[in-house]
Write a protein that binds this ligand. Structure first.
Ligand code: NAD
Length: 264
């Protein structure tokens, strides 16, 4: 049988460890024949990312801190040199000072607001602009977002404001690049226990709440996010751009959960 990603080359940004959403996506793409490059933030992460990349048959690793434009340029220079083209990118990067992912949003500092917007929002636009030049046969770009952009979630604070801006930028990028057959989409993932998530106050409570209140009555896995990413990044999603696909066990459609208890 033919594989969905046969002959496709793509960049995965945001792999930190085997709990990362980027890892679920990388495995799903590799299973369908994709060639993968990985960027990692800082040399310290390289020793964790290299063995994971090897598991999916990749030795293409490049350092990239997205808060540094020169570092993004160096990454895309390396891709151009080695591959000359690109078919897809996955942006699974977000960051905020964890001291501001608790307490009140209104107390957010200017410095952390700017840093959060820079790393979690602008970096996607910066990366897509560089990817466009290498997507000579069209392409597909994907970022990760969260429901805290749409509705207030406990402790998500400045990150919710950043994700709202990220979701809006997905729509503008989709329009800019659509005429070159480049699609731009987001996946709004339900809560998953990762390194980044552990910085959010009361994250275990959020996980439990979603498990009890989502239509599927459970949380999603990184493998499930991976399968939906495969859809958006492969030809299966060829008619889809500017979309925010919720992979959240249906949580986002619930206004008020039905009463499950039989004796009420
Ligand atoms: P993770 O900690 O595994 O990944 C976050 C990644 O961001 C790390 O690899 C880190 O190195 C990278 N990063 C942070 N600052 C960077 C910088 N300056 N330059 C380059 N890379 C940088 O956590 P994750 O949960 O897999 O996060 C991936 C994405 O998924 C994030 O955008 C996150 O907001 C989003 N998301 C997560 C959840 C969840 O519950 N885990 C839900 C919805 C959306």
């Amino acid at each position: 049988s033919t594989q969905l990603m046969q002959g496709k080359r793509g960049l995965i940004m945001g792999l930190a460890n085997d709990k990362s959403i980027a890892w679920g996506i990388a495995k799903a793409l590799s299973d369908q024949g994709a060639d993968l490059a990985f960027s990692y933030q800082g040399e310290a992460l390289k020793k964790r990312v290299a063995p994971l990349a090897a598991q999916v048959g990749s030795d293409f690793l490049a350092e990239c801190d997205v808060s540094d434009e020169a570092s993004i340029d160096a990454l895309f220079d390396a891709i151009e040199k080695r591959w000359g083209k690109l078919d897809f990118i996955v942006h699974a990067i977000g960051f905020s000072d964890k001291n501001e992912l608790r307490g009140r949003y209104v107390d957010t500092s200017a410095a952390n607001f700017r840093m959060t917007m820079d790393i979690s929002v602008y970096s996607f636009t910066a990366v897509v602009r560089r990817a466009e030049k290498l997507m000579k046969d069209g392409g597909s770009c994907l970022t990760l977002t969260y429901y805290g952009a749409e509705q207030v979630m406990p402790h998500y604070n400045v990150m919710g404001v950043a994700k709202a801006a990220l979701e809006a930028s997905v729509k503008y990028l989709a329009e800019d690049l659509g005429k070159h057959a480049i699609r731009v989409n987001a996946i709004s993932a339900g809560p998953i226990k990762t390194l980044a998530a552990s910085g959010i106050g009361d994250f275990r409570y959020i996980l439990k709440w979603n498990e009890l209140n989502s239509p599927l009555r459970r949380n999603v896995t990184q493998e499930e996010v991976g399968k939906s990413a495969l859809y958006l990044l492969s030809d299966l999603g060829s008619g889809v751009t500017g979309e925010n696909l919720h992979v959240d066990a249906g949580y986002h459609v619930v206004g008020m959960k039905a009463v499950d208890a039989p004796d009420i």
